[in-house]
Design a protein around this ligand. Structure first.
Ligand code: PAF
Length: 283
């Protein structure tokens, strides 16, 4: 496994590899604090690509909350060990200056429309603009054939698919299933910040989503949401930002169950001070 900190070194290495013959490059962008979910993306990339590149960069421009950025877990040595064990080929660990040599203000021209305004777009103003900015830069640097993303960040997957479409980038977006802990909690770097009490109640988020998925045909949608919100609000440590069922392709809210529409249930909630998101595709 080779680790690079500069764009020039990374690109020289990738160029050397591609000169040896056409290789499929798979890319997994991360903010570090890696867990099994990230490793499963690495493993999928290892199966589908010749070269697997992973980046670790805590992107300051996608945090609308300064405290959230400051508290983002960092464990670079452990991350590198995990990547080595997962047989990742190349790791890119750039500095902020390396990613944003002209400063952090330049944004992409992608017009997200409704999918950028709703849910996390509404609750984390500027977040997706920052995600678009950093992933565009990373894709320009790495120029992968395949981009591996986790379904846990459902809206982010839609936003980044739009980025690829907007710039007609020659990269295929591969969305991989969410990995879960035994009690159903979606794996996330942020879980490391939960104290034992918070960790114990955090599984209630996915339980609400699974309940909704399993009972959506039996109860009117607003009633089902209301019932689950009530259960969650009974937990002192949980503060729900949104719990909703949307059209899985447009993110428009859905109030009436329709068998032939793609439907996804999504949640965002603070457990203590830690903001968690999760989703379940209903069909
Ligand atoms: O999902 C993440 O970890 C980040 O949003 C990403 C895609 C690495 C961009 O910083």
């Amino acid at each position: 496994m080779q680790v690079f900190q500069t764009v020039a070194e990374l690109q020289r290495h990738l160029l050397n590899i591609s000169q040896l013959g056409k290789k499929i490059a798979g890319f997994i962008p991360t903010m570090g604090a890696l867990h099994e979910g990230h490793l499963s993306l690495i493993r999928t990339s290892k199966v589908k690509s010749d070269i697997t590149v992973c980046s670790i960069f805590v992107n300051p421009t996608q945090f609308n909350d300064k405290k959230d950025f400051e508290k983002y877990p960092i464990q670079i040595d452990k991350d590198l060990e995990m990547l080595l064990e997962a047989h990742c080929d190349v790791v890119f660990v750039p500095t902020v200056e390396e990613i944003y040599p002209k400063g952090t203000l330049e944004r992409t021209t992608v017009e997200l429309g409704f999918i950028g305004k709703t849910l996390d777009g509404e609750h984390r103003p500027g977040h997706f603009e920052g995600v678009l900015q950093v992933v565009k830069r990373l894709l320009d640097i790495v120029q992968p054939d395949l981009l591996f993303l986790g379904q846990k960040d459902y809206q982010q997957c839609m936003v980044l698919s739009k980025l690829v479409e907007h710039y007609q980038l020659p990269v295929k977006v591969e969305i991989c299933d969410t990995l879960r802990e035994k009690d159903g909690l979606a794996m996330s770097s942020r879980n490391a910040r939960l104290n034992p009490e918070e960790r114990a109640v955090s599984a209630k988020l996915s339980q609400a989503l699974f309940y909704i998925r399993d009972h959506i045909k039996e109860q009117p949608v607003p009633e089902l949401i209301e019932q689950q919100l009530k259960l969650l609000s009974a937990e002192e440590l949980i503060q729900v930002e949104y719990l909703t069922i949307v059209n899985g392709k447009t993110l428009e809210p859905v109030d009436l169950y329709q068998e032939n529409t793609s439907l996804t249930a999504l949640i965002a909630a603070k457990v203590g001070q830690v903001r968690l998101i999760d989703n379940v595709i209903i069909h």
